[in-house]
Design a protein around this ligand. Sequence first.
Ligand code: FAD
Length: 476
Amino acid sequence: MSLKPVSHLATNDLLPRFASVVGAEHVIADPAAMSDYLSEPRRLYHGRARAIVLPGSTAEVAAIVALCDETATKIVPQGGNTGLVGGQTPSEAGDEIVLSLIRMNRLREIDVLSNTIIVDAGMTLKDVRTAADVAGRYFPLALNAAPACTIGGNLATNAGGSAAIAYGVARDLVLGLEVVLADGRVLDDLSKLKKNNTGYDLKNLFIGSEGTLGIITGAVLKLFPKPRATVAALAGFRDPDQALQFLNLAQEQVDTELKTFELLPRIAFDFVLKHEAGITDPLPAPHAFYALLEFTSQSSGLEKRVEELLEAARTQGIVADAKSAATPEARQELWRIRLKIPDVQALEGGSIKHDVSVPIAAVPAFLRDVDQAVTARIPGARLVAFGHIGDGNIHCNVSQPVGADKAAFLAQWGEINQIVHGIVAKYRGSISAEHGIGRLKRDLLPGVKDPVALDLMRTLKATLDPKGILNPGKVI
Ligand code: FAD
């Protein structure tokens, strides 16, 4: 995103006051220059804003928020603008400011002995991973959006990703936070301590709150030893039940060396092979389902242990066929198929999305129920259910029937959501596994959340943001 100088100051009294805090060049009010910040990756929402304000430090964020508190100006916090539920997009009313953290991208400290890194919230995930790597450490949060998404956004959405099976979700990777509250005060909870039982764990209120309770400006993140060996594998199955049997075997046999376990249906392979040049079928015969696995280890012999695992699975009749990939090039080839799925699905016409989770053991029955219910409602609809089965988290997307009218298909978005979410409820799952609630699922929340939990959420919101200026209209 290019930063263009402020131009419409005269039409908006507050803007000169913002400019006096962050510098005129960091207040964008020209409609054309604002456009990058006003829509989101799926183009479901396109908002308007009074201005985009880009502070460069925690003190500047605090001063801007204090000004907003004084004038009851609504704020939409934004990081890399990669969120998939519209939480970072302002409303169409045009009365909010977008507070973009992308200028706050400083590495504050790496402490190798404590295994911690302290960063500004606007640092991209990719830069955090690189900084850890340079210091001989590993930061495991792994999302396809890493070059653009920021740590602040990752924490505000409690992002998941493909390494959560081993390292947990974003919440599990944080020791401390720095947060600007709705009245402009700064909460300094930048603790490196693993053990600190001194009252309520306040950081966890802000993680996953999607910018509705405070603005995250800094974080202390956990680091891990850099893996010495990495091996990937692809296995083919008859059905998701076999995939789960294999997951169980893998966890028994290699335990914490298993870092990723992703489910891919054959239809996703077909889409990738059809639309992506240079990708060939990795296994000789097609299979109804596949799992992409990645293993990492500190000790030697990983490749042999993975081969033994695949052999045991073949012998027990759990996998139909499998191959491992030890070199970076071979691993990348397997990953390419997984990473291309969202792009090629878009080339197959309309896609109705679901980011859901159910207990891991329930995934096969859940997928069967969804397939049956969705195709009964829309004959020919194609279920492309892929993702983090090792966490029970499936991106349960429905592609339009071949040759169908895209707009007419997408008009059934709400109805299909209702069907899928009904099945999620049957298995006591979640309608948002890792992307959050934002604006997309806000109206669905009261139907799925325990009323007491919802009441507590509203109480917290009213306490921490009494004027309702932080990301209004999102989450609750
Ligand atoms: P934004 O999109 O800018 O904002 C997201 C939300 O966080 C908004 O509600 C915003 O108001 C709030 N926010 C942002 N910064 C702050 C802050 N500093 N303080 C308070 N609130 C803030 N998500 C996953 O969980 N797993 C995946 O595997 C995954 N893969 C993705 C792949 C692609 C290609 C894309 C486009 C997205 C993917 N996502 C995934 C979703 C998205 O990348 C994550 O939600 C990410 O964590 C958002 O970070 P961001 O900096 O872009 O935040």
